[in-house]
Design a protein around this ligand. Structure first.
Ligand code: PMP
Length: 364
């Protein structure tokens, strides 16, 4: 196998997957577990695939300690379709929903929901280019809101909520697209969690939804069938053909995390990787992280030199050194190193070594 020339890929997503998972998938690509077929060719109603999806769900339940009164769904359409499915299903009484806007994706989620109901932006950090996470108290939410939505980790701006908003009895809905499985969470604090797979979970094309059972069954009969959580919950994510191959790879990633000590173990490594990088940036003369310290993301580390031309030079020289996709999001520029679960600690070390070299060559 050609693993010699693999680069460190700091892409915000799709991003790196664990090499040993890729290798085991490659070994099984034409003949999965002696079945004589690729998972890509298998009927989703076959006993082999039923085992694959059931094991993926049970391993995920174990990793996140998902309580029994929550359904786990494997859907399609990415985080973006959830921006619509959430309001279509959860606006069920007052048709009011409160959103905390801490970045591009949170804003898109709020704008989508506003098509279907009365959306209030409870707090936003847009006035400061989303460089911090606003403090929000229980009394800031409308008491009759059907749900409150927030984004735990903001992929574009490199921030992360250092606290879970207290919404009292109002169901809390969280977009965890760029941090699911990276840190311990208490699922029981949420009404619903969703995440696209393509950062910490597997290939793009699978979306994980974890939803409390009492929130299912309120969608209007007039919406497209696929958009109703109930149809997926009643059919164990097999109402129609699920993203079979993606679910298989995700299941392999779940098994690997479990075998290596679960979420607590990977969280410890993630904290070490992020701290090392932030410490170097904070101590350097050339680079600056614009994010308030306590709100910094463990997954997406944003930094700038303050000179757009130098930033461009940085990303192109980094690429030549085998460090890929370090350009910041097209909306803000600068640099962003996405260091999801599958980025090895050595990748972060190599990045820091490159940054030091670049700093010494380009210091004013
Ligand atoms: N939410 C967050 C936090 C994201 O980072 C992204 C994509 N990067 C999305 C939602 C949109 O996800 P998708 O492209 O899967 O629709």
């Amino acid at each position: 196998m050609n693993n010699q020339n693999r680069v460190y890929n700091f892409s915000a997503g799709p991003s790196m997957l664990p090499l040993d998972v890729l290798e085991s998938v490659a070994q099984n690509i034409t003949n999965y577990g002696g079945s004589g077929q690729s998972v890509m060719e298998m009927s989703h109603r076959s006993s082999e695939f039923e085992t694959i999806i059931a094991e993926a769900e049970s391993t995920l339940r174990e990793l996140l300690r998902i309580p029994d009164n929550y359904k786990v769904l494997f859907l399609q359409g990415g985080g973006t379709l959830q921006f619509a499915m959430v309001p279509l299903n959860l606006l069920r009484n007052s048709r009011k929903a409160d959103y905390i806007v801490t970045g591009t994706w949170a804003k898109k989620a709020a704008e989508e929901a506003a098509k279907f109901g009365d959306v209030k932006i409870t707090a936003s950090s847009e006035e400061s280019t989303f460089t911090y996470i606003p403090e929000v108290q229980k009394q800031d939410f409308r008491p009759d809101a059907d749900y409150v939505h927030f984004t735990l980790n903001n992929t574009v701006y490199g921030t992360r909520f250092p606290y879970i908003p207290d919404t009292g009895d109002i169901p809390l809905v969280c977009d965890m697209s760029s941090c699911i499985l990276s840190e311990e969470i208490d699922v029981s604090k949420y009404g619903m969690i969703y995440a696209g797979a393509q950062k910490n979970v597997g290939p793009a094309g699978v979306t994980i939804v974890i939803i409390r059972e009492d929130l299912i069954g309120f969608a209007s009969k007039s919406i497209p069938t696929y958009l109703d959580y109930k149809i997926h919950a009643d059919n164990d994510s097999m109402y129609n053909t699920p993203p079979c191959f993606g679910i298989y790879v995700a299941g392999e990633v779940f098994k690997k995390i479990k075998a290596e000590g679960g979420i607590a173990a990977i969280e410890k490594i993630n904290i070490e990787k992020a701290n090392k990088l932030y410490d170097y940036i904070d101590g350097s003369d050339l680079y600056k992280c614009p994010i308030v310290k306590k709100d910094r993301s463990l997954m997406n580390v944003v930094f700038i030199t303050g000179d757009a031309n130098l930033d461009k030079k940085f990303t192109s020289e980094a690429k030549a050194a085998g460090l890929y996709n370090l350009a910041g999001h097209r909306s803000i520029g600068g640099m962003r190193a996405s260091i999801y679960n599958a980025m090895p600690a050595e990748g972060v070390d190599e990045l820091i070594a490159f940054m030091k070299k670049f700093e010494s060559e380009n210091r004013g």
